[in-house]
Structures are given as structure tokens and as C-alpha cells.
Design a protein around this ligand. Sequence first.
Ligand code: ADP
Ligand code: MG
Length: 373
Amino acid sequence: MPTLDVNTHTLNLNKVPKIVGTEQKAKLALLYMMLEENDVPLYLTGDSGSGKTALGQRLAKEWSQRNSVPAYYVKVSQDDTKTSLMLGFQLVDGSTKLVDGLLAKAARQKAFVFIDELTHSTTDLILSLNAFDGAESVITVGEESIDATGMKIIYGSNLSSHAGNIRLPQSFANRVLPIPFDYPNAADEYEISMEVIRKSLVVHRLMPVVDSRGNKVVRDGVEVKEYKNVQTPLRVPEPVIKYIVSLIRDLRGSKEIDMGSYPLSVRNVSKTILYLNTMARIARPKGVDDYFTKGSNQESTRRRINKRILDRDVDDSSALTTGPAADFIGFVSTIGVEQFRNAVLSGLNYYSDTEGYDIGEQAIKQQLYASVV
Ligand SMILES: Nc1ncnc2c1ncn2[C@@H]1O[C@H](COP(=O)(O)OP(=O)(O)O)[C@@H](O)[C@H]1O
Ligand SMILES: [Mg+2]
């Protein structure tokens, strides 16, 4: 049987992120046990940025390593069909042949497959996945049928309330075990944010090769270079990162406006911090900005800052001249209050003309603008 090998979709196990945060780690362990106990496909579903892809890939990695089977990862789209993904007749060297797609190959290997962004595909494609039905799994096309039991398949998708996602056919929904994903608790969200920021502050850059004595290697009169991952230093202090995490949590929980179709997550924390990090590189220390010491709103502004950073109310105003709140105020003063606001709004997609929140856009934008500092 020829295999269509244009794109192997093999999951690069070295690139799978490690899972941090107590709740997510516990969830990972639980889902792994489910995989050990039955062959019903898991369906990871929930808000954008809640960790579905990270957790699913981690499951794939652990299953693959402990069971010595291949792991595949595929993000499906409207261009994918049953023929390309599963099994079907295709033109090979001028004649029509039955060709294994990724899922047929995986079924023969008893491999692990993670199909992500499922609801970005089509109802037809999702219906064809009814073939994976726990102990009854079988792939059929015409005369050909492949036993797919023992193969592991999991799915991931955002909610259909997020733009660009279709809803599931009921017959499919009845064949999978839905695993809801929610945003993490505050401590976990901070820890995950730090992990995402650290991962994002890396550039793949052409660097000179050095020998064991630290000298640049030269060959034929030319400096030898190779691509390396270079870590950018984090210049944004911890209280500022805590503040951004807390701001996003406040906005998400807002009672005044419906942020439901405007998903804010660790991705937005990370984008904000990347922006601030480069600004911090060029900024020169300045005294505390008048914004925090003069003006009519300074009391409530300072109280809000403390609440966000320390997660409790502070009456003592000396708490603002030392400790985390002072670090925050010092950093924002250095960057400049307006520039700080710009960086945060950029990280929150305020300036992008984004689909999905046409209703209430003005209210959301006002709320975003007003809550930064
Ligand atoms: N528990 C976790 N530990 C480490 N990183 C995580 C965790 N949860 C999410 N992430 C990271 O956060 C970002 C968003 O998560 P992702 O899995 O892509 O969300 P989703 O698939 O639900 O939209 C990714 O960079 C991901 O690696
Ligand atoms: Mg995802």
C-alpha cells in the first residue's frame, strides 16, 4: 500500500512544551490514565489560550515515549478531506490507487494522533472521524478496511463562540469524551505566563562558531557560523508581569461587559511583556511620574496597583514607596505612562481590527483603555 508522504505530521518531541501549574499537571496525569483505561477519543475543548494544544502535545509525547509508538500532530483546516487525511483513491504515477493517509498509517502503527483545531475543518471531515469509535474503530473505503483499535486519537478545538469555528455533528460528539478547559487559577496563570514569556524571548540567529578556548573558528579565511537559539534577557520586573496577569483576569471576569468573544490569555500577557521588554532596553531611569503622585485619581490608582500586584488591599501608603508596588511604579515611570498604556493595549489586541467582537466593540475598547493604569 503506497503512503502519501508529502507531509508526515510527525510530532517533534523535542519541541513539546513542559507543563507547569498544579491544576494542569494534575489534569495531564488524569488524562493519561484515561488513555490507559480505554480507547475512546478525548476531545479537549475550551477557550483559546487555555492550554489545550500544550497539554494534548504533552500527552502525545508521553504516550509515544512510554509505548514506543510514533506520535502525530495535525492542525486540520477546510482544505483537508477524508481522502487526504484517512485513506482514499488518488492518482499515483498515472493510475488510480488506494493510498494511505495519515490516519490509515497511524492505525497500522497503533500510533498516537492529535487532531487539533478540529472545528476549523468541515462537517464532512468530522463525520468521517466517526470511524474512530473506541473498541469498534475501523477505517473503511470501498473493499478496503483497516483495524484501528489500539490506536490513540485525541482532538482539540476552541469553542464555536470564537470566530471561525463550526459546531460538532451530534453523532461525532457522542463518540468522544469531552474534556473542558478553563483558564488557570491566578498562581498557575502567572507560572504559565513566565514559561511562555521565557519561551518567546528566544531568537534563532546566525552566530559565529567558537572553539573550546573561546576563539572564533575560521575556515578558508571565512568565519564559520551556525544558527543558534539565543535567549533575550528579561528586563521587565516581576511585579509588572503580576500586574498584567491580574489585569487580564479582571477584564475576563468583567461584569459590565461581555468579554466572551474576546479571549484574553497568557498569549496576551506574553505579547505585552515582549513589547515592554524592548522598550525597557532603550528607556533611561526617571523619577516617579506625576501621574502616581499628583492628580485627582492617584489614590484609587495606587490602591488598584497594589491590589493587582499583591492580591490584597493595602492601606499603608508607605507600601507604595518600597516593595513590589514601588518597583511597578518605577518601571512604568521609566517607560512613560502613555507608552506603557500603548504596550499593554497592543498586547491586548486593542489596535488590531479583530473579527468576532463587532457587538460591543466600543464598550470593550473603552473598558480596556480605562483599566490599564
Ligand atoms: N500548563 C502549561 N504549562 C506550560 N505552558 C503552557 C501551559 N498551558 C498553556 N501553555 C502555553 O500557553 C500558550 C497557550 O496555550 P495553548 O496550549 O496554545 O492554548 P490553546 O490550545 O488552548 O489555545 C502556549 O504557548 C502554551 O505552550
Ligand atoms: Mg490550540
